[in-house]
Design a protein around this ligand. Structure first.
Ligand SMILES: Cc1ncc(COP(=O)(O)O)c(C=O)c1O
Length: 447
């Protein structure tokens, strides 16, 4: 029988029967933290994530219908796992042509992209947008992509973009997809921050505007447990992507995916089927009003993502880290902060009192003269492939002693996990300055 939440229903019934569990996990359903009764494994009837034919397949079909995709697959290990799978799927296109995989990517790609490209020995062409006010952004326009692709001797198998980025900038995914397709390339979008975009009136989710594949971290913006994510394949994407997606995810995932996370993804479907989208839209409206208020008050906000409030702290006279600390002292905890920006992520689960607390905390702060902001144009030379760099003998050195050395692997913490340099690139003066600016004092370099 079809239900809105087949995985949750199964786990609930199983928990209620209080079976003697002679299977994993070792807690046997005893409520130690509280959720253990529902934490099951691939027992009869529970289906199996990467060979889904039963309740998981049904739940994934529910998600595919909600997102209007050709197919949707669950990840219990975040968008990170989906990015690895998408790169593997892209490399199948190259294998078809008998070539080494080649991918073009914007320079704000998450470090998982770089590490996976290295492991799969993919060649990467870096795409640059305008001069960047932050490592997190890379405003690539369709025209700039067109120019970049037109100059290439060999076209990449895919173009990989990050939209929204950590600051809430949304790219022209439609224009970028059309451009990539004109050159016969796939358009892959890291939409880790944009699962909720599907449920707004303005259709800007990558699956609505022509991306072939995208990943959404459900856990970042929907009421889902950490780790829950979707790998979406577009309706018009090559069939081969859909046929190989589950195997691709399996290649990079645990053989014991968390059923709690799968239930959480399943529960979100049920909520969306029951009208949760209206709550997301209302929250977006409320955030729009708050953003207008803050702008009138004198704050400079960046990015167009409806549920992200990114304060350009320096324009208001504060270091972004200092602003985040002041907010934290007032009980308001930001998602991310660096010297320039303080990023606050809102979801439909933030209530009026949360938003009021944020507004009060920001309005309590006096505006000061703006602080100077740098721009980033690292422009490194490449000395070896990412794979060569990642597998070379390496050592960790102080950044101040790293000038002229070759980076072995990206040194960056999460958030925002956007590297200053990627593996194989030569560390130049701008890179040293940028590392230090972002508080990175040690790097791993090739010996
Ligand atoms: C842009 C971007 N892509 C991918 C990821 C990885 O997502 P997940 O934490 O769901 O694995 C992140 C995580 O912060 C991210 O910011």
């Amino acid at each position: 029988m079809k239900t809105k939440t087949p995985i949750c229903d199964f786990a609930k019934q199983y928990a209620e029967r209080k079976y003697a569990r002679f299977h994993m996990p070792g807690h046997k359903g005893r409520a130690l933290l509280g959720s253990e009764p529902y934490d099951i494994t691939e027992i009869t009837g529970a289906d199996s994530l990467y060979e889904a034919r039963g309740i998981i397949a049904e739940s994934e079909r529910n998600a595919a219908a909600l997102y209007g995709t050709g197919a949707t697959f669950y990840s219990a290990e975040g968008s990170s796992q989906c990015i690895r799978a998408m790169l593997y799927l892209s490399s199948l296109v190259a294998a078809n042509k008998g070539c080494k995989p080649l991918i073009a990517a914007t320079r704000n790609a998450h470090k998982v992209f770089a590490l996976t490209a290295a492991l799969l020995d993919m060649d990467v062409i870096w795409l640059n947008g305008d001069v960047r006010a932050s490592l997190c952004e890379c405003s690539l326009s369709p025209e700039r992509l067109d120019e970049a692709l037109a100059e290439l001797k060999r076209l990449p198998d895919a173009v990989f973009i990050t939209s929204p980025d950590y600051l809430g900038n949304i790219a022209d995914v439609k224009g970028l997809a059309e451009t990539a397709h004109r050159y016969g390339c796939l358009l892959i979008c890291d939409n880790a921050h944009g699962a909720y975009l599907k449920f707004l009136d303005d259709k800007c989710h990558p699956m609505d505007v022509g991306a072939d594949m995208c990943c959404d971290s459900a856990h970042k913006t929907l009421p889902c447990l950490t780790g829950g994510a979707y790998l979406h394949i577009g309706k018009n994407a090559p069939q081969r992507l859909k046929d190989n997606a589950a195997d691709a995810l399996a290649m990079f995932g645990s053989t014991s995916p968390s059923y709690l996370i799968l239930q959480s993804l399943d529960k979100v479907n049920g909520m969306l089927i029951d009208g949760y989208a209206a709550k997301i839209k209302q929250t977006a409206e409320r955030v729009k009003r708050l953003k207008n208020e803050l702008t009138e008050y004198g704050y400079t906000l960046v990015g167009s993502e409806p549920l992200k409030i990114t304060v350009n702290a320096k324009r208001y006279g504060y270091d972004g880290r200092e602003l985040a600390k002041i907010l934290a002292d007032g009980n308001v905890i930001a998602e991310y902060f660096d010297a320039d920006f303080t990023v606050l992520m809102v979801s439909a689960e933030n209530d009026e009192s949360d938003l009021n607390a944020l507004e009060r905390a920001l309005k309590d702060l006096p505006k000061k003269p703006p602080l100077k902001q740098p721009s980033f144009d690292v422009n490194p030379a490449c000395a070896m492939t990412m794979k060569q760099a990642l597998t070379a003998d390496a050592e960790t050195v102080d950044v101040t002693k790293a000038l002229g050395r070759v980076l072995a692997c990206p040194t960056v913490s999460c958030p925002p996990a956007v590297p200053v340099l990627y593996g194989g690139e030569l560390i130049n003066e701008q890179a040293v300055e940028t590392f230090l600016y972002y508080g990175i004092t040690e790097v791993k370099v090739v010996k």
